[in-house]
Design a protein around this ligand. Sequence first.
Ligand SMILES: [Mg+2]
Length: 455
Amino acid sequence: MNKINEMIQQNTNTCSNPTDLKITDVRVTNIDGAPKHCILIKVYTNQGIVGYGEVRDASSATYALMLKKRLIGENPCNVDKLFRRIKQFGGPSRQGGGVSGLEIALWDIAGKAYGVPLYQMLGGKFRDKVRMYCDTDIDGKHTGTDMGHALKKRLEQGFTYLKMDLGIELMIDEPGCLNAPIGFLEDIKKYSAKAINHQKGSIDYDMMMGKNYETFTIPHHATGIHITEKGLDYLENYVKEVREVIGYEAPLAIDHLGHVSINDAINLARRLEKYNIAWLEDVAPWHYTDHYVKIANSTTVPIGTGEDIYLHENFEPLMSRGGVSLVHPDVLTIGGALELKKLGDMCDKYGVAMAIHMAESPIGCMAALHCAAAVQNCLAVEYHSTEIPWWNDLAIGIDNPIFVDGFARVPEKPGLGIESLNEELIAEHIHKRYPGQWEDTSMWDNEWANDREWS
Ligand SMILES: [Mg+2]
């Protein structure tokens, strides 16, 4: 009998005994250029299983590490229980990155422990492959025809859904296209250059300091910038040129208009109606529900927002009041995979479409693919890294190339579907400002507060 027991033990995978799993450590590595500043997370356990997560792009590892002590010793498979414990420490945009990135890592561990892919734990999949849409930028001064050709190249690469930037910065040196308090456009160029020149990569440290920060954070309705009739002609002609090159068959979304008032956004949206715009994105700060309702009620161009919204319930005011036709969540801001799944249900309730924002490493991408598979009505997932040849190689065990003819296969391996990370490649791309690779984080072991949110 002992012999049989011994044989059973030898032939059984005891690597994971989910009920006895415990979180033992949380560590991070900052890399740059994948496509932005990406903070990769590893959550370690007492059974050798490591979960991968990622803090939202251009964020801070602190948002994850400050939660370490609250997770140590817990069973990572109790994802919802642990999420509810750390949920209070997330917030809009990058602040949501810590909670969301850890939630993803917990799912990754649970999936590896039970041997199932993440989408399965969300209730199964609605599709075997996910449509990707590709953001497209062009450096410097260019025409709509130039953009049209860049987008046409995307179509030739197999992409079936397009998005481009159409920002007021295109007209900043065009006389008579914009008006603003005298000198303010000069300030924008000087202090907010990285914010209005999206092609230059991530918003970085310098943008958060002094006059840069002041200029960068003036919301749309308060800049005093207005688009003149000539400016509207300019932008309309740009889109007309784009459509002349790419035709009308493929959807074309527009992002990064710039910080202009809702009235200007309405004027532009009306000009663009005849060019079949898939959606116009982030034309006001997301929390101004009334602004969105007014814009949405004033044009037939679908209005979308959401990459900076934390928790699915914070989408509801916009959706219930008709402020958006499309939501655009980021799995690494919303609070993770289960929140995104809940948002998908809310989309069905209100009849709102979904596309998923994603500008992250393969870890964030795999999380987005599982969510896109598990949400009934998801149009597409964004992809920002077409021009980064090493991006796909960061994760081992995923499809390579991950995108074929504009689609990605839904991962079928346990958890996120990543077998391991390419540590040598990560070492080559460590962020200069945040050196170190999976270094000791014991300095966070005494982080503590009375976490009860009421008395
Ligand atoms: Mg966007």
